[in-house]
Design a protein around this ligand. Structure first.
Ligand SMILES: [Zn+2]
Ligand SMILES: [Zn+2]
Length: 393
């Protein structure tokens, strides 16, 4: 397949050595969520030098760069995340992390760089009319910087008519632009169930109330929610990822604890899962004579891309790389993403850019993962073209 030749990609490609160096510098110095001090400083310094009005401090390390031009009242938000993961890097690359146990294994170093490369181009050569808000967000992986920025006034200070974000994705050819209207990433809820019985001697179970047996019964019963309560044409996941109870074979422990990850691609299914988990755990516990306490934490919501904004995002993708290098309506994913919270406040779309599908490509969150630097110019050109098409008189 011939490589994309849009003049914007060529223009961005001319500047790409500077930004490839920057991407590798950020990769070498990864920082965990809410601790992105160095990254935040580096972003703010560059935005300042290109003439952006720079605001710092939302969610601590968040940075917003604003550029206004012309007379249009339209306001666009482009968001990049900048946090790394608590993973020991094993890529063996010259630009591997210098921080033990911390690594950019999800390519957020690339997201930050693509948006910075676009920022420079737009400031120097961009044609637009309106207000451009570039949002650099901390803590996408944990504990959720999008919600913090919004709670601290992101959209009051920087109102947006639409907001967009882009994530790199292995498994798709390099530079492929992947779109989807509607529910695209799953909600993610964390549930901790504590079962309290009465401890006792392992030889005399009839004089105790066994929390372990209750826990085992509940784990199996939970499997019926997806298989028997959820519509077979809908998506749902109930995973019991941890069971903690007991320390010795001859002691019946007092307590058992279960930790669940619960996912759905539909808001009503999400509600159904919570109702069924609560009802089932409560009734099962009662039947075993133990007490159940349920700590149900709703974390990231379902990510829903709005129709009009996704249609625009797709048109811009086709204009930039051509029909055969886009996926117009991809399958949804059961992973989660905190940009979903921004989309609950503002219409917009979340797209993906293929990181390459060849041999040796691994999944994000793998200790060998690396962002594909050929995407710096493609991703930056995409942002620049989207800004030109959205911010018009
Ligand atoms: Zn990730
Ligand atoms: Zn990510």
């Amino acid at each position: 397949m011939k490589s994309p030749t849009h003049p914007l990609i060529d223009a961005l490609h001319a500047h790409s050595p500077e930004f490839v160096d920057l991407r590798r510098d950020i990769h070498r110095h990864p920082e965990l969520g809410l601790a992105e001090q160095r990254t935040s400083q580096l972003i703010a310094d560059r935005l300042n030098s290109w003439g952006y009005a720079v605001h710092r401090g939302l969610a601590g390390t968040g940075v917003v760069g604003q550029l206004r031009r012309g007379s249009s009242a339209r306001r666009l938000g482009l968001r990049a995340d900048m946090d790394a993961l608590p993973i020991q890097e094993a890529s063996g690359l010259p630009w591997a992390s210098v921080h033990d146990g911390v690594m950019h294994a999800c390519g957020h170093d690339g997201h930050t760089t693509m948006l910075l490369a676009a920022a420079k181009y737009i400031a120097e050569q961009g044609h637009f009319s309106g207000t451009l808000n570039l949002i650099f967000q901390p803590a996408e992986e944990h504990p959720g910087g999008a919600r913090l920025m919004i709670e601290q006034g992101l959209f009051e200070r920087f109102p947006c008519d639409a907001i967009f974000a882009m994530h790199n994705m292995p498994g798709f050819p390099q530079g492929q632009l992947v779109f989807r209207e509607g529910p695209t990433m799953a909600s993610s809820d964390d549930v901790t169930i504590t079962l309290t019985g009465m401890g006792g001697h392992g030889a005399m179970p009839h004089k105790a109330t066994d929390a372990v047996v209750a826990a085992a019964g509940i784990v199996l019963a939970l499997q019926t929610i997806v298989s028997r309560n959820v519509d077979p044409l809908q998506t749902a996941v109930v995973t019991v990822g941890a069971i903690n109870a007991g320390r010795a074979n001859n002691v019946i422990p007092q307590q058992a604890q279960l930790e669940l990850s619960v996912r759905a691609l539909d808001r009503e299914v999400r509600d159904l899962l919570e109702r069924r988990i609560r009802a089932l755990v409560t009734a099962q516990a009662e039947s075993f004579g133990v007490k159940a306490s349920i700590d149900y934490k709703r974390d990231y919501p379902v990510l829903v891309n709005t129709a009009e904004e996704t249609a625009l995002a797709r048109r811009v993708g086709i204009e930039l790389v051509g029909e055969d290098r886009i996926t117009p309506q991809a399958e949804p994913l059961t992973g989660s993403e905190d940009f979903a919270v921004m989309l609950e406040h503002c219409p917009g779309s979340y797209l993906m850019i293929g990181n390459g599908a060849g041999e040796g490509s691994c999944l994000v969150h793998n200790p060998g993962y690396d962002f594909n630097d050929d995407n710096v110019s493609v991703g930056a050109a995409y942002w620049a073209l989207l800004a030109e098409r959205f911010l018009v008189d």
